[in-house]
Design a protein around this ligand. Structure first.
Ligand code: ATP
Ligand code: MG
Length: 390
């Protein structure tokens, strides 16, 4: 039996002229994702991507991995046979044995994109339905509310039989919307914001600000682990670790305490923007969330963003913490995020932070620092870590 995985493309099907490029991008992402699992043939016909495994390849592992590839709206294991009604019926009886025995009721839904096939879709559905009924007399036919829908697709190269598809990760293929820098702390929020922007087809460069020895090696390892988990969705990424200690000490020594966090965040943005420009990235992604902490009021965000010109993407801005937590659990980052290591944001935290800062005042208290040379120094000390999902 010819076991195969069929991937249905989501929104990209709608994108007219861009369709071909999107399909190629997604096929390439699928190939890359499957490379560590085994040998697979991946090809796209009529907006469906077909994945065939070589003899002995792990189709279960491939299927699990493909559930996390953006751009796929649904996926299903299927079996292929020649385009002949009896071959199709025989395959359906054999291939769907477990599904047919488990279900109380079923119907057959046939589709043919090969219009040369001698039966109409309805005739084929009825024929295969009859054969299945004979083989599994305990499973009733129910065309209105069946427990199991048997799908038959008569396509270009072959006919395919499969049960109900499962939902894919949705979104757009990573890389099709360009590149952005994402600020990745060890918290719950930023892995989720990264995931959400990657889902819209953006290749991400994660940047982490590291304040050794105020924050520990374990805190850095935690961020590496979060980044690694994200690669299952985002593909390979390079984490940029920015040495942030000197900047934070300068702020602590020279600026009024209530401005510490604000000024620190302005430095994060300056550095992130420089990394973005060096890598042709077009935006900065953060896990900011309106009102969550003092630095996430509208006034505070305005004073942070005043140092930069790239757009700041904040996909969590209007979500409640609970909604963010649900998402973090779903994508598998939550358990790592709640490990108890400190973040550089919690070093030198002001007791009474400014929540409604005036830009003029922030600029004035910050002017005692030599921002350009502090930024250059930090960039000179960047550490790059390759993240992959193996
Ligand atoms: P998170 O759960 O993502 O840590 P948070 O609620 O703790 O978010 P803040 O600490 O104020 O919020 O940070 C807001 C955003 O700034 C984070 O979501 C992240 O994008 C970025 N950020 C904070 N600290 C760091 C860091 N050490 N390195 C990189 N980015 C950071
Ligand atoms: Mg944080």
């Amino acid at each position: 039996m010819n076991d195969i995985i069929l991937l249905k493309l989501g929104e990209i099907v709608l994108k007219g002229l861009n369709r071909r490029t999107f399909e190629q991008r997604l096929s390439a992402n699928v190939r890359r994702r499957l490379a560590p699992i085994g040998k697979f043939r991946v090809y796209c016909l009529q907006s469906i991507i077909y994945v065939e495994g070589a003899e002995g390849s792990d189709m279960d592992a491939a299927f699990e991995a493909l559930k996390k590839v953006f751009g796929i709206v649904s996926l299903t294991r299927a079996a292929a046979c020649e385009k002949d009604k009896d071959a199709i019926a025989k395959l359906a009886v054999e291939y769907l044995r477990r599904d047919m025995e488990a279900a109380k009721s079923f119907k057959v839904e046939a589709k043919r994109s090969d219009k040369a096939f001698p039966m109409t879709s309805i005739e084929l559905s009825q024929y295969v339905g009859g054969e299945l009924s004979d083989a599994y007399p305990d499973t009733a036919v129910d065309v209105h509310n069946p427990e199991l829908t048997v799908h038959i697709e008569v396509r270009d190269l072959a006919a395919y039989v499969h049960a109900t598809p499962v939902h894919g990760a949705g979104g757009l293929p990573v890389g099709s919307s360009g590149t952005a820098v994402t600020l990745l702390s060890g918290g719950i929020d930023s892995p989720v914001s990264s995931y959400m922007i990657a889902k819209r087809g953006v290749h991400l460069i994660p940047v982490h600000f590291f304040s050794f020895p105020y924050t520990s090696q374990q805190a850095k390892d935690k961020v590496i682990e979060l980044g690694r988990r994200l690669t299952e969705y985002c593909g390979k990424m390079t984490l940029e670790v920015v040495p942030f200690t000197h900047i934070q000490e300068e702020i602590r020594d020279k600026c009024p305490e209530e401005y510490f966090t604000l000024i620190m965040r302005r430095f994060m943005m300056r550095i992130a923007e420089r990394i973005a420009l060096d890598n042709n990235a077009k935006a900065i992604v953060t896990g900011e969330n309106l009102g969550q902490v003092a630095s996430q009021t509208m006034e505070a965000m305005a004073s942070t963003q005043a140092v930069m010109s790239l757009p700041v993407l904040q996909p969590l801005i209007g979500m409640d913490k609970e909604e963010i937590v649900v998402r973090a659990r779903q994508i598998g980052t939550f358990d790592t995020s709640i490990l108890p290591y400190e973040d550089c944001c919690t070093v030198f935290t002001p007791r009474h932070p400014r929540t409604r800062p005036k830009l003029r005042d922030v600029e004035k208290v910050e002017s005692v620092l030599d921002a350009d040379s502090l930024v250059s120094e930090a960039l000179a000390g960047l550490e790059r870590i390759e993240l992959n999902h193996e």
